[in-house]
Design a protein around this ligand. Structure first.
Ligand code: FCB
Length: 530
């Protein structure tokens, strides 16, 4: 991010720690266009006196244009949407086990039914088509294909996805497949989970099965959704299944995921000559909390660990140095020759954008622990996140917050996209997820319409910044809105809504939100001033 960074900016603790009530109040104020008194952005997007910090000037939104053929998409995930948790021979996943364990998911709810998309996919694809969607990112549930994670394929599971893909193609929509969006077969967790290196081989077999059966119609593949989160949230922070809290297990899991990414890449290509393999990493641009050398180095470690750890592994066959001291390669289980397994240069680079992070050095901290609130959102716990990276990463609250508690910072997508472009020699980029959580529902006085203006505003601004990155030379080919319809939001259950379409979970009725209609018009015209 270089010279465009906030200089000497020190965020006060009160700015970094807010409770949910404050989050909501701030979000509402921003939506109403209320200036936040006395708060001035020192970010690179100049904020005029009455502009919300981090927001984008209207002129930029008016000017924004996307290239002809730009792929407007949506993203979904198996466990969050499908339901049918025990149908057609599906095995148990770690998310089934987690949600069936009392006290794990907010409200005690599960994904047993979710959006019932396993049965209603035809309706959902027709809705996507009506919004001019051209790319549909979905994930395949591993335990539907191999109920215990290894061995013969379950044809009923494969047939389901085969029908699903056919329906997408018939609707003129590109099928885009994530192999793993967190629903590991429980049987593999029982064999040690991701810290067990053997899982890289099992995952490659699974990848080969998918490419063999579906590779004639799916060409877009990504092995993992958010590999860092799989390792850290599952094995270090313990807030996602399998809920372990061991930093060494996190490091081991991360390395198995790196190996699995490379092995799956080769398995996909071996089984399907058409396979185009990329990624679906989570990324957040990292800004140092102060301009001190220590904070800048910590910010670089955040970028290395959270943003490009697996990208660097695939592109260069090595991990970037994300560690405060000597890299803990022994604990990770690195073996001689592993660089050849890691190396599997991506055909294009896919990543998500939701918000940004402010990072400070905590390499001298004596307490460790993520301080995670909500899903993968860090709060300022006052501790280093882990003993290896020695960082403290927080989500600032300078900009307004969505109702899911994420800071709205449109400028972040510009910084991130241009940074990745620079660092990786201008690869083709796909935004694999981007979106915001607001709870708006049908308004009875308006014939059940869902007026979610805050979501439209979020997309207008974020997309204007993306258009600016494209105008400045970034080769961005696609954008996938998270998400098509309100779904099961992991440990938050059904308390957060990210959809362009409202789901009434009592009767599975879908209602296109105003943001959905708006997104459809954007997709049809490649412009935002609609
Ligand atoms: C991302 C996840 C996705 C969804 C969004 C809101 O981190 O990949 O499944 O939950 O957050």
């Amino acid at each position: 991010m270089g010279e465009e960074r906030d200089e000497n900016r020190i965020l006060g603790t009160e700015e970094l720690q807010m409770n949910r009530r404050q989050f909501t109040a701030r979000a509402l104020a921003a939506a109403a266009g209320v200036a936040l008194s006395g708060r001035q952005s020192r970010g690179a997007t100049p904020a005029s006196g009455n502009q919300v910090p981090g927001s984008v000037p209207e002129a930029l939104i008016k000017e924004a244009r996307f290239p002809e053929g730009f792929l407007w998409g949506v993203a979904t995930a198996s466990y969050q949407n499908e339901g049918a948790w025990n149908e057609d021979g599906k095995g148990e996943s770690i998310w089934d086990r987690f949600s069936h364990t009392p006290g794990k998911v907010r409200g005690g709810v599960t994904g047993d039914v979710a959006c019932d998309q396993y049965h209603r996919y035809a309706e959902d694809i027709a809705l996507a088509q009506s919004l001019h969607v051209k790319s549909y990112r979905f994930s395949i549930s591993w335990p539907r294909i191999q109920p215990t994670g290894t061995g013969a394929a379950n044809m009923k599971g494969l047939d389901h996805y085969s029908r699903f893909v056919d329906a997408l193609l018939a609707a003129g929509i590109r099928p885009w497949c994530t192999l793993y969006h967190w629903d590991l077969p429980q049987a593999l967790e029982d064999r040690g989970g991701w810290p067990n290196r053997d899982l890289a081989g099992y995952f490659a077999e699974y990848a080969g099965v998918l490419a063999k059966h579906l590779g004639d119609r799916i060409t877009m593949w990504a092995p993992f959704n958010m590999p860092w989160a799989i390792a850290f949230m599952g094995y270090a922070a313990g807030t996602f299944p399998p809920c372990r809290t061991s930093f060494p297990d996190f490091l081991k899991a991360a390395h198995t995921l790196g190996l699995a990414q490379g092995e799956a890449h080769r398995a996909l290509k071996a089984a399907s000559s058409e396979a185009s393999v990329g990624s679906a990493y989570e990324m957040a641009p990292a800004y140092p909390r102060t301009n001190s050398e220590a904070d800048r180095a910590a910010s670089a470690r955040y970028h290395a660990m959270n943003n490009v750890f697996f990208l660097e592994a695939a592109m260069k066959g090595r991990y970037p140095n994300a560690f405060a001291g000597e890299p803990p390669y022994e604990t990770m289980g690195l073996k001689p020759g592993d660089e050849k397994i890691l190396l599997a240069p991506l055909d294009w680079v896919g990543f998500h954008y939701y918000t940004r992070r402010v990072v400070s050095d905590a390499s001298n901290a004596h307490c460790f622990g993520g301080g995670f609130s909500g899903t993968e959102i860090e709060s300022d716990s006052g501790c280093a996140r882990d003993p290896y990276t020695g960082i403290r990463a927080t989500m600032p609250t300078e900009g307004p917050l969505t109702e899911s508690g994420l800071e709205v910072w449109p400028r972040g997508i510009y910084d991130l996209v241009t940074q990745i472009s620079r660092e990786y020699d201008h690869p083709i980029i796909e935004i694999t997820e981007s979106g915001c959580g607001y709870l708006d529902g049908p308004n009875e006085e308006e014939q059940g319409r869902v007026p979610d203006g805050r979501r439209i505003q979020w997309y207008r601004q974020t997309l204007a910044e993306l258009a600016r990155a494209i105008a400045d030379g970034a080769r961005v080919r696609a954008f996938h809105a998270w998400t098509l319809l309100d779904n099961f939001q992991w440990a938050e259950g059904y308390t957060e809504r990210y959809g362009l379409i409202y789901t009434d979970f009592r009767n599975q009725k879908r209602t296109i939100k105003e943001s959905g209609s708006w997104y459809g018009r954007v997709a049809a015209s490649n412009r935002l001033d609609l």
